[in-house]
Design a protein around this ligand. Structure first.
Ligand code: TGC
Ligand code: FAD
Length: 392
């Protein structure tokens, strides 16, 4: 990839709404991405390999459990800080943000919120320092948007459960040390379990051939009579609301992350348009290119404010699931549109790995599908405003 010349854009002086601490955290993540992610990401993506050597760095910048209390090894930060870290990571690559948001919101969050004290002390500090990596198993081959139908199940055998079933499309599964797995008990109630890699009968085959999120490892979780000790069940919440509660936190992080990808595409396209000469003039001087760029910065600015406000509400524990859905849906949509328009501004150069745009565009095709598809989030808004359920 060409040298990372990224400069962030703050058209409406949104920085004035951030605290000094927010800016310090954001700038540290930004510098780290420039130094550690940008030089290696194109190669990792071309090889379809997750760059595991960045895991300690992610832990050092506080990307694993930013809002988890310090007593459990987290950084004890607020929700805006968490969002800003996700924004900067996804500016580098959605796959890197994915790893951090799965670890923080889909693994540490359920242990923190639904686990007992022993589980918190055993797992959270190691997840925070990156010595343990986790993944989250909700989706199954036949149950994606409708996770409530899941078939993965546990049977009570006295001092342990026997776990059977499979999960699909699981970020980080091929190398994760632990998995938070959602399974139905004998009364069809969904429970969360901590499954460890060493448990007999547990395998994690990798999914190959992806054109999207190539620098993120995706795989299955297969459970063949896995003996899970009872102490590994998350005792403090069950039912579908438990995994969906984790998704609220991860979807919030994605809303910020998508702005990062959009800003990177806009910044790249703006610079290119000013430098590229056709018909004796920079292409930035043509109205058609200005229209694209002007629309991009307008959408980025709107998304920045929507998301900042969501962050304030979330820090005050007032953000609703439907508000989070609206923000995730809006931001991923504008990011994908911006990536597609930005790619065109670069002409043929836009399809190469010299620039980050095509990689962002391909990544965003996953981001618009995972953590609830674009359609599902629209239906969540529809249900919230009308009171009518159009899912079923
Ligand atoms: P429904 O009857 O509406 O709800 C069941 C229970 O859940 C509660 N609830 C929520 N709780 C917390 N947060 C939310 N966002 C919630 N949404 C619903 C609800 O109140 C109810 O509670 P209770 O106590 O009454 O039982 O459930 P439904 O079966 O009709 O489904 C609703 C629907 C479609 C919105 C939901 O299933 C859904 O969101 N589907 C999308 C599935 C999804 O997002 N999967 C993501 C998998 S993980 C992933 O993609 C990780 S990618 C990570 C990365 O790499 O970055
Ligand atoms: P389906 O549910 O089969 O949907 C197919 C289409 O039908 C979509 O367009 C959808 O919007 C539409 N549709 C479905 N239901 C309705 C309805 N009621 N009304 C209208 N339209 C509808 N899952 C995890 O559990 N953990 C992970 O770590 C994880 N990581 C992922 C990483 C990647 C790279 C990807 C691509 C996915 C990942 N997922 C993960 C799975 C992801 O959450 C699911 O792909 C997603 O929830 C959609 O499920 P599905 O692919 O089965 O699509």
């Amino acid at each position: 990839m060409a040298e990372d010349l990224y400069q962030s854009h703050d058209y409406f002086y949104m920085d004035e709404l951030l605290t000094e601490e927010h800016k310090l955290i954001r700038n540290a993540a930004r510098e780290w991405v420039k130094r550690e992610v940008s030089p290696i990401i194109e190669d990792a993506c071309q090889k379809a390999e997750f760059p595991k050597n960045i895991l300690p760095g992610l832990a050092e910048i506080g990307a694993f459990g930013p809002y988890i209390p310090t007593e459990y090894g987290g950084a004890g930060l607020d929700q805006i800080s968490y969002g800003l870290i996700m924004q900067e990571l996804e500016r580098g690559d959605s796959g890197i943000r994915s790893t951090a948001s799965v670890q923080s919101s889909l693994v540490m969050f359920p242990i923190w919120k639904y686990g007992n004290e022993d589980q918190k002390k055993k797992y959270l500090p190691k997840l925070a320092d990156g010595s343990l990596i986790g993944c989250f198993g909700l989706t199954e081959p036949d149950y994606g948007s409708n996770p409530g139908g899941m078939k993965t199940n546990i049977k009570d055998k006295g001092n342990h459960f026997i776990l059977n079933g499979s999960k699909m499309w699981i970020s980080n599964s091929p190398f994760a040390d632990i998995a938070i797995v959602w399974a139905k008990d004998e009364s069809n109630r969904i429970k969360g379990l901590i499954v460890e890699r060493e448990m007999d009968g547990f395998t994690t085959p990798e999914t190959h051939g992806k054109w999207s999120l190539r620098a993120s490892a995706t795989g299955e979780l297969v459970f063949d009579n896995v003996k899970v000790p009872k102490e590994n069940i998350l005792p403090n919440k069950d039912g579908l609301g438990a995994p969906l509660g984790c998704l609220d936190s991860a979807r919030y992080g994605i809303a910020w992350g998508a702005i990062g990808a959009a800003m990177d595409c806009y910044d790249t396209a703006l610079r290119y348009a000013k430098e590229r000469i056709q018909f004796g003039k920079p292409i930035a001087s043509f109205q058609l290119q200005q229209r694209k760029l002007a629309k991009m910065i307008t959408e980025i600015t709107k998304a920045q404010f929507l998301t900042w406000r969501l962050g304030v509400l979330k820090s005050e524990n007032r953000a609703t699931s439907a508000q989070i859905s609206m923000c995730k849906r809006n931001n991923v949509e504008i990011a994908l549109k911006i990536a597609r328009e930005a790619r065109q501004i670069l002409g043929a150069m836009g399809i190469t790995g010299e620039y980050s745009i095509m990689r962002h565009m391909m990544n965003l095709e996953s981001v618009i599908t995972y953590e609830g598809t674009h359609d599902i989030h629209l239906l969540i808004t529809g249900m919230d405003i009308t009171g009518e359920n159009a899912f079923k």
